[in-house]
Design a protein. Structure first.
Length: 255
């Protein structure tokens, strides 16, 4: 498969990854070891009040305002085939690194967003293990399209989506994700508003609304999200180091 077809396959998958990440503001906290035991007469912590349609956005966004970075694993069904991706993202500065694995890419594809520029590494002989560089100032339409897909990495986009596109919040049940007790909420989202906030148009025939399920911890952070055939499970919070662009010798210039 040539470079263009691989890039096209990656470009088709990225909006699902980035859009979901932006809309859910995923983050997680690693457990801290404790050497002390609670006093026998210590009262159990009062569980937080359940979130409602009115409180969900302001409460969860306030919690996520403290998030500086997150990492996670995503699995999604794309054209009948499964795509798996590991994602690491920082907010200040805005940067992202993804490793995508799926038959569409012929193996593992690597994508880096740093300083507003996108770098793609595809498993093809022409690339020779190096990265294709897509500058947002380039007149190349592929470059413009790929850079636009990564624009969802801006956390303010996720804030805007949640505030404007959220229609209804429903508490489903208590659950457990890993070691944590969480509450599952189903969010009804206005699709046209959500896609418009992501810089995308609503495709013809797309339903007016869609439902996303979020598993929220007592700290009001999201630990798992499911939207359609896509699931993201968070593996780290504020644990991502600096994400840098590849060195010059690892880059193939594109027109």
């Amino acid at each position: 498969m040539r470079i263009r077809s691989r890039v096209a396959a990656l470009a088709a998958a990225l909006p699902l990854v980035l859009g979901l990440a932006a809309c859910t503001d995923d983050a997680a906290i690693k457990p801290e070891a404790s050497t002390t035991k609670p006093a026998a007469n210590q009262k159990a912590a009062k569980p937080p009040a359940r979130l409602t349609t009115a409180t969900f956005a302001p409460v969860t966004l306030a919690a996520n305002a403290k998030v500086k970075s997150w990492s996670g694993v995503m699995r999604m069904s794309f054209n009948g085939q499964v795509v798996t991706a590991t994602i690491a993202q920082t907010y200040k500065p805005a940067a992202m690194r993804m490793d995508l694995s799926g038959p569409q890419f012929g193996g593992v594809a690597h994508a880096i967003l740093a300083n507003g520029v996108v770098y793609l590494q595809l498993p093809i002989p022409e690339a020779r293990g190096r990265y294709l560089k897509y500058d947002p100032k380039s007149s190349n339409p592929t470059a413009a399209a790929v850079v636009q897909l990564f624009s969802a990495a801006d956390p303010s986009t996720g804030d805007k989506v949640l505030r404007k596109a959220l229609v209804k919040v429903k508490f489903v049940a208590g659950d457990t994700v890993g070691f944590r007790k969480v509450d599952r909420y189903d969010l009804t989202m206005n699709n046209a508003t959500m896609l418009r906030a992501l810089g995308m148009k609503r495709p013809a025939g797309m339903p007016k609304t869609s439902v996303q399920s979020l598993w929220i911890g007592a700290d009001r952070l999201t630990y798992k999200s499911v939207s359609g055939d896509t699931q993201i499970t968070v593996t780290g919070y504020n644990t991502v180091g600096a994400i840098r662009a590849p060195s010059a010798k690892m880059i193939i210039k594109t027109r």
